[in-house]
Design a protein around this ligand. Structure first.
Ligand code: DX5
Ligand code: ZN
Length: 216
């Protein structure tokens, strides 16, 4: 399978979301990456359920929703109702992660677990079988436009080994500081999905930049 590209709307023009969605619809992108921040789990507030409801009216591709919020289990149904296809919670934010992943799957969504840069991939082992996607944070979550953490490559390799050994098809997603400079190496280490915010939306031609990442 070739890798997937998930542009993060966090770096887009929030006053022109319909236009941004139409650009993604007609691009080589595979998913929409939507970053929900609560100002508690991370030191920033982005957007939430009502905005995603309206984004969903203009999208033709799966919605990959990344929850950077405390007690994410409280909102599983709400995100399903506004169109989330993949729902990712942080390992560090969910006290009963196993139950949370089951609840996400019960709502017919793919269940994702995000790991902060300080969290070892080994911590995932007990729930790996329940996990459809692991989002490896390659920056500290909360803001777009940060520099990629080089230690991510090693982490991705370790995680890929765990997945292969367990005979699973869990996808590995990389989130933060992704550019055409690190994309190839990330894929070689085992990444399946690349999230890119600033690199896409701050470029002169976002459609072309998405193709560049897709064809790397
Ligand atoms: C950061 C978010 C990312 C962010 C990535 O907390 O989870 O999805 O939008 O942005 P860039 O690609 O600019 O690092
Ligand atoms: Zn994200």
């Amino acid at each position: 399978m070739s890798h997937l590209i998930a542009p993060s709307l966090l770096a887009s023009d929030f006053a022109n979301l319909q236009k941004e969605c139409e650009m993604i619809n007609s691009s080589d992108a595979d998913w929409y990456h939507l970053d929900v921040m609560d100002g508690v789990f991370v030191p920033n507030i982005s957007f939430g359920i009502p905005i995603i409801k309206y984004i969903n009216k203009h999208t033709l591709k799966p919605l990959d929703v990344h929850l950077m919020i405390v007690e994410p289990e409280r909102y599983i149904k709400d995100f399903k109702n506004v169109g989330a296809n993949i729902l990712t919670v942080h390992l560090e934010a969910s006290k009963h992660l196993h139950r949370t992943l089951q609840a996400i799957k019960q709502e017919d969504m793919k269940a994702g677990v995000a790991l902060n840069p300080h969290t070892a991939v080994e911590q995932l082992e007990p729930v790996l079988e329940e996990t459809d996607l692991v989002c490896v944070m390659s920056v500290n979550p909360g803001f777009g436009g940060q520099a990629f953490i080089e230690g991510t490559y090693r982490k991705v390799e370790k995680l890929k080994n765990m997945i292969v050994k367990a005979g699973l098809d869990t996808k590995i997603e990389i989130d933060g500081g992704v550019t055409s400079k690190n994309a190839r190496k990330l894929i070689e280490c085992g990444a399946d999905v690349l999230v890119a915010g600033s690199f896409v939306f701050k470029s002169e031609n976002p459609t072309q930049t998405i193709s560049e990442l897709k064809n790397i």
